[in-house]
Design a protein around this ligand. Structure first.
Ligand code: PMT
Length: 395
């Protein structure tokens, strides 16, 4: 595959060398288009040696061969890593004031960007709007991860690891091995209201469910994503049905899964809900020092879906467990798959900083008999592809 790697002017440009190398080692013909600022951070000889091709950066080089559009026209895939806030803004505006901008505008290939910047810049409304615009145009955004940044600060904004960028980039050009399959996925966390302003909820961001939906759609599936209070933007190209409470999720999943070939329950579901929901705001003046809440059990949606499933439907559950010992974790998961009766159970350890709301995940996948049929770690997108691999072909 002809892959263009766009490198822009941020310190994470040094990690772009690893992106180029991984793509070359995977057998692709890699052409680097670097901005002038990128070449202040990483040397042209390094990129040429690693990519085994000439590095292009000047809009006015190769004019006779119309290079400003030729590179983009020939590309099968474009990966921009790192993508600075400035480059993201230019892409969102469709600017073509350098070779990379021209290359991207002149291309019909899928584009993947890996943002890298300081947290304030990533969270700035201008960048948030630009990212939404790019996602809306079908551009795949990988990361950023959260962690140590260039200075002493840390937070969201760190470029995703090169392997994750490459995995995400290659997965969007995957064969359409789920074409013709209808997949219903739940994502996010349910909220159980106490009164008009408060709820009992959980820390699910919806990232894992959204990654599953994006990956399944990229592999040709017709996807319905039932979202419960997502913290991130819903993906394009899939049918979205929004819910909030467990009872709403149950009703919507029941309806959305009747004609599905595959159902995946990635949502984090409240096992209990308040017995009564107050009409008005609960006031501390009337409650005193202690507030007693009476909770009643919610239905087990996954179990219900398994009991009522049409013949041939594959049902996948997730298990979120805080157990640290791997053997004990597996034992809990085996008990859960036996109780729920689903075909596959994706087991992830969760905790204060694991599983929920993170960019990455680490899972073991077991079948109905409790046997391990897969293991995956990395970005939630790469975990999603591992799960879908097991669905796409017999395990
Ligand atoms: O959204 P993210 O921030 O990316 O985080 C991802 C995740 C950690 C939420 C996700 O990977 C995950 O583990 N989702 C399932 C969370 C959960 O509810 O786990 P559980 O072990 O409590 O439930 C087991 C299975 O039964 C799950 O498929 C769940 O959707 C389902 N369930 C649970 C309770 C209930 N009343 N009804 C259900 O259907």
């Amino acid at each position: 595959m002809n892959v263009v790697v766009g490198i822009t002017g941020g310190i994470a440009a040094y990690k772009a060398v690893s992106v180029v190398r991984a793509l070359v080692l995977a057998g692709h013909d890699v052409h680097v288009v670097a901005t002038e600022n990128a070449l202040r951070f990483v040397g042209r000889p390094t990129l040429e040696a690693i990519s085994r091709n000439t590095v292009h950066s000047d809009l006015y080089e190769g004019v006779a061969e119309v290079r400003h559009v030729a590179i983009g026209q020939a590309a099968d895939l474009i990966v921009v890593a790192p993508a600075t806030a400035n480059t993201i803004a230019k892409l969102a505006s469709g600017l073509a004031d350098d070779l990379l901008g021209n290359t991207i505008l002149a291309s019909t290939a899928p584009v993947v960007i890996a943002p890298a910047m300081h947290t304030e810049m990533w969270q700035n409304p201008a960048t948030v709007a630009n990212i939404a615009t790019l996602r809306g145009r079908g551009i795949t955004v990988v990361g950023p991860a959260s962690g140590q940044l260039t200075g002493r600060d840390s937070g969201p904004g760190r470029m995703s690891e090169p392997d994750d960028i490459v995995a995400a980039a290659l997965s969007i050009t995957r064969p359409q091995d789920l074409a013709g399959r209808r997949i219903t996925i739940s994502a996010g966390g349910t909220r159980e209201p106490l009164d008009p302003v408060r709820f009992i909820g959980n820390r699910s961001s919806g990232r894992q469910g959204v990654a599953l939906a994006e990956a399944a759609a990229a592999r040709g599936a017709a996807v319905t994503l039932v979202t419960a209070n997502l913290e991130i933007a819903a993906p394009r190209g899939v049918t979205i049905q929004k819910v909030s409470t467990t009872l709403e999720l149950e009703a919507t999943m029941a309806a959305a899964s009747t004609d599905a070939d595959v159902v995946i329950m990635a949502a984090a579901v409240a096992d209990y809900r308040p017995e009564t929901v107050a009409e008005g705001k609960i006031k501390k003046e009337t409650q005193g020092d202690v507030l007693d809440l009476r909770l009643v059990k919610n239905p087990d949606i996954l179990h219900g879906l398994v009991e009522r499933r049409p013949v041939g439907q594959i049902i996948v559950g997730f298990a979120a467990e805080t157990e640290e010992d791997p053997e004990a974790l597996l034992a809990l998961a085996r008990g859960k798959v036996a109780r729920k009766g689903c075909d596959l159970l994706v087991v992830n350890r969760v905790g204060w900083s694991e599983g929920f709301a993170t960019e990455g995940n680490e899972v073991v996948i077991i079948d109905r008999a409790g046997d391990i049929v897969g293991e995956a770690s990395g970005s939630k997108r790469s975990v999603a592809d591992h799960v879908l691999d097991l669905i796409a072909r017999p395990y």
